[in-house]
Write a protein that binds this ligand. Structure first.
Ligand code: FMN
Length: 138
């Protein structure tokens, strides 16, 4: 799974550096295009908002985005990491995790587990669900 991430002041970069995933793409302008399944990690800006470049990236690549996660700061109370909630609702994909700043070890573990579950679910899906009415063998 490709990890596409956006960072303004470096916290999300530091979080991504702690991940075991090799394939990562930094969203800089929002004009980046991907051609494979990906998870987006964003920071939260404004008053609980999704950064502009992330919104543009999401619009361009929405068919490839399988899940999202967001960084924030708990000082923002109810708006903590709200970019993740908004983006997941807009795209109709799961919100995998919300973490503070660059995240702690526990945040890394939670996020990694969620991505691995997504990848596994994807590989177990029938190739054409409209022609398969039988439960899938495991
Ligand atoms: C102008 C500004 C607005 C922010 N608004 C929020 C917010 O609404 N909710 C939140 O949880 N964090 C908010 N934050 C905190 C950042 O999302 C947080 O520091 C994040 O880790 C930044 O990631 P980055 O260093 O990768 O850019 C804001 C930070 C700035 C500078």
């Amino acid at each position: 799974m490709l990890i596409a991430y956006a960072s303004r002041t470096g916290n999300v970069v530091r979080f991504v550096q702690k991940l075991p995933f090799k394939r990562c793409l930094r969203i800089q302008t929002g004009k980046e295009m991907v051609d494979e399944p990906c998870v987006v990690i964003t920071y939260t800006t404004g008053f609980g908002e999704v950064p502009k470049e992330v919104l543009e990236f999401a619009q361009r690549n929405r068919t490839h985005i399988r899940g999202v996660a967001a960084s924030g700061n708990r000082n923002w109370g109810a708006l903590f990491a709200r970019a993740g909630v908004i983006l997941s609702q807009q795209l109709g994909v799961p919100l995998l995790h919300q973490f503070e700043l660059a995240g702690w070890e526990k945040d890394v573990q939670t996020f990694v587990q969620a991505v691995l579950c997504l990848s596994a679910a994807q590989h177990n899906q029938p190739i054409n669900s409209t022609t398969s009415t039988q439960p899938q063998e495991r």
